[in-house]
Structures are given as structure tokens and as C-alpha cells.
Design a protein around this ligand. Structure first.
Ligand SMILES: [Zn+2]
Length: 120
């Protein structure tokens, strides 16, 4: 068990699930692949003799531009997913550095927080 009441946990779980849904939408909009997906060059339009080089350049530019956003979204998704897993195994709200209980107020501000304020 954690230091949080079941009502507090439910509040935080709802917030995490809502954020996870938002992140999933954002990731889809930014063209992120499935986590275990394999990039298929034959379907990218970047290969083959018929490929239009200027189109390919545009696609590469778009890919590069989106990388920082995708990285942020993906790492946020990782944190949110981890937090939900911790709720499942009653390990949620514990600082990953010190093992201290993270105050409810901090978790409300950031439900995916991995550490207490001192170790943030
Ligand atoms: Zn700590």
C-alpha cells in the first residue's frame, strides 16, 4: 500500500489516464510509429527510382523538425505509463531516489512525478 487514500489514487489515476489518451493522440498526429514497429523503407516513398527527390527532401525535413516534439511526447508517455504500472502494483507515489513518499499535492501537480521535490 501507499500513503495515498484510494480516493486520492483514483483522482491521480484518472489524471494519468486522461494524459495518456492526450499523448496517444498527439503522438499519432506527429506520425510516431508503434513502439515496437519497424520502419519499412519500401513504404516510405523515399526509395525507388520513381521517387521525387524534392518530395523526399520535404519528408526528411519534416521528420527532423518533428523529432524533438516526438521525443518529448514519447518520454512523457513513458513516465505516464510507468506511473500507471506503479499504481497497479501499489508502488505509486514513492521517490525513485530516496524511497520517500511523494506528497499528494506534488502528485496532483504532476501525476507522473518519479521523485520527491528534493530529488526533482
Ligand atoms: Zn526523494
Amino acid at each position: 500500500m501507499t500513503h495515498l487514500t484510494s480516493e486520492q489514487l483514483q483522482t491521480l489515476r484518472s489524471a494519468l489516464e486522461a494524459e495518456q489518451a492526450t499523448l496517444q493522440t498527439d503522438l499519432a498526429e506527429h506520425g510516431a510509429k508503434e513502439p515496437d514497429g519497424v520502419w519499412d523503407p519500401s513504404s516510405s516513398g523515399l526509395s525507388g527510382e520513381e521517387a521525387d527527390t524534392s518530395d523526399a527532401a520535404d519528408q526528411i525535413e519534416e521528420l527532423v523538425t518533428n523529432v524533438p516534439i516526438e521525443h518529448d511526447l514519447a518520454s512523457r508517455m513513458h513516465d505516464v505509463t510507468d506511473a500507471l504500472k506503479k499504481i497497479e502494483r501499489d508502488a505509486y507515489g514513492i521517490c525513485e531516489v530516496s524511497g520517500e513518499e511523494i506528497p499528494f499535492d506534488r502528485l496532483v501537480a504532476n501525476p507522473a512525478a518519479r521523485t520527491c521535490i528534493a530529488h526533482a
